[in-house]
Design a protein around this ligand. Structure first.
Ligand SMILES: Nc1ncnc2c1ncn2[C@@H]1O[C@H](COP(=O)(O)OP(=O)(O)O)[C@@H](O)[C@H]1O
Ligand SMILES: [Mg+2]
Length: 315
């Protein structure tokens, strides 16, 4: 795909901050100063951003719009969602689609009064939970089941959905469900980059080695099936829910962070996000933590912008 930089935020573990990170990296791009935009983005212009909610939990849609507005649009007004797009692409090999009917434009909330201009959302629907099963059951006659390379179309739906709007945006952020099913693999196929948030606890850090191995394997499989398919680059691993003692991670988390740094070296982001009330409070209001002025919100906002700057340095 040409145009936007496409980034999947993924981890097969839930509750590690995928949605939080997606929401705050995207909205954070509009919190940078003019000078920072020039330095990190190469232009003073506000970047155009598309959020893609690729998770049946719909948390990114809710975070962007506020729960009431989301429910009104998707479950009362029945506007179409990413799930309708997937279904169209599963049932037709090259459907004619007007993406303007699916993308919610300029409705992402900055705070209680303002919205971000130039920030759009492709919302999710809870029925997205059936997508993996739909994809698995829908085999094209011309393909035999078995190897990924023979069933590569099962991984290409989201790529095909986003292709026509790619040049309308500078960044497309895809929020993923906590698994490695077809829904997530569609996001990875469509992405140049992936970012992995993690907790600094034993079980969260345990899964990262196998996750990275799986991304390597997918890169090989995708390249075998589609030789000019760009490799998915792991931008890095970001620690979240860090608890501090005197401005540094508490001892048990510090040890796990050091272990991750020993294993994954420069893949580990230097900045991390602390656990605190700022994020859940803001999320309940349906806006990013940058909008609140409590001490914790200010701290988490600063940390998130630090993570964003490192992210931009890396892509
Ligand atoms: N640093 C943090 N401090 C406090 N709460 C957080 C933090 N990061 C995420 N949360 C909260 O934890 C829950 C899970 O985070 P979320 O981003 O939805 O994870 P995931 O998308 O990986 O399942 C959400 O309620 C979110 O608001
Ligand atoms: Mg999530």
């Amino acid at each position: 795909m040409s145009g936007a930089k496409v980034i999947s935020v993924m981890n097969w573990k839930g509750g590690v901050g995928k949605t939080t990170m997606t929401h705050h990296l995207g909205t954070g791009l509009h919190m940078l100063t003019k000078e920072e935009r020039l330095e990190y983005l190469g232009s003073e212009k506000m970047p155009r951003i598309l959020f893609v909610d690729n998770d049946a939990q719909c948390n990114l849609s809710i975070s962007c719009l506020h729960v009431e507005k989301y429910e009104d649009l998707v479950y009362k007004q029945n506007i179409p969602t990413i799930y309708d797009l997937y279904k169209l692409f599963i049932c037709n090999e090259s459907p004619v689609v007007d993406m303007h009917n699916y993308i919610i434009k300029n409705q992402v909330r900055m705070d209680n009064r303002r919205i971000f201009m130039g920030m759009d959302l492709l919302p999710a629907h809870q029925e997205l939970v059936y997508l993996d099963m739909n994809i698995a059951m829908n085999s094209r006659a011309s393909f035999q089941s078995g190897l990924i390379s023979k069933e590569i179309y099962k991984y290409q739906y989201l790529n095909d959905i986003l292709e026509p709007v790619c040049s309308d945006y500078d960044y497309i952020f895809i929020d993923c469900p906590p698994n490695l099913g077809y829904t997530t693999l569609n996001a990875l196929y469509a992405s140049e980059y992936c970012l992995i948030p993690t907790g600094l606890d034993h079980l969260s850090s345990y899964g990262i080695a196998s996750l990275l191995k799986e991304i390597d394997r997918l890169n090989t499989e995708f390249a075998t099936a589609v030789p000019d398919h760009p490799m998915i680059e792991v931008v890095g691993i970001v620690a979240n829910n860090v608890e501090e003692n005197r401005e540094a991670p508490k001892r048990s988390q510090k040890l796990i962070r050091e272990r991750l740094q020993d294993s994954y070296h420069e893949l580990m982001f230097e900045p991390y996000l602390t656990r605190g009330d700022g994020i859940p409070n803001a999320s309940e209001q349906g806006y990013p933590v940058y909008a609140d002025r409590s001490a914790n919100a200010l701290k988490q906002g600063d940390l998130l912008l630090g993570i964003l700057r490192e992210f931009l340095d890396r892509i």
